[in-house]
Design a protein around this ligand. Sequence first.
Ligand code: ATP
Ligand code: MG
Length: 235
Amino acid sequence: MLAIDNLTVAYGEIVALHGVSLKVEAGETVALIGANGAGKTTLLQTISGLNPVRGGDIRFAGASIAGASCDRRVRMGIAHAPEGRRIFPGLTVEENLIIGTAPWRRAGASYADELAFVVDLFPRLKERRKQLGWSLSGGEQQMLAIGRALMAKPKLLLLDEPSLGLAPRLAEEVYERVSRIRTSGLTILVVEQNTVLALAVADRGYVLETGRVVLEGSAADLRTSPRVREAYLGR
Ligand SMILES: Nc1ncnc2c1ncn2[C@@H]1O[C@H](COP(=O)(O)OP(=O)(O)OP(=O)(O)O)[C@@H](O)[C@H]1O
Ligand SMILES: [Mg+2]
């Protein structure tokens, strides 16, 4: 579904990604792990069209999207739940979710099915649907960011550190939902520093270090890899 080939991305003189190649097949959940500054967010932002491609290519459903606008990529089925959540603080939970339907919904069209799917996954969002975004807890904001991305009816869901800043119990709860989204058949690329959580839900994974893929394999192989254990699992 997604094929990234020899991708180079730079911010001025600073090269953030040096010839990264990776694939996500339809129905797969793929984890991208790596330390602070490795280039994980840069990669997701480049897939969704927020950073220009300096070299290489990004193909989605068989066609190059390297030159496509953000808007077009969203309409093609790429949804991004960004790092730091980026929900609208002055809008209610329900309004934030409705914004997610913009890529496909014509004025007056129903979004009941999509909303039912999201509130079934995150019942707390239903209880709080009239509450303003800013007043939600960190975990609730994360659930809202994922819920809003799902409202776009994506084919590929990009998640940037869904566990960031959450207490361990809440991080596990968010990942339990990611696992349910995976089971529903959606294709997911998840970026994480929490290697344990990400590799528990993923089929496969890639390790990114200073803008380069240094290791890739099945999630099971990465979990037991000495290199991953030493660098990312603290043992
Ligand atoms: N807007 C920007 N302008 C200049 N440099 C940037 C910009 N955004 C990121 N960088 C640099 O690119 C590199 C990769 O950053 P990126 O945010 O992609 O890392 P990350 O793996 O997501 O890190 P973290 O785990 O801390 O979120 C870093 O060296 C960072 O300083
Ligand atoms: Mg990041």
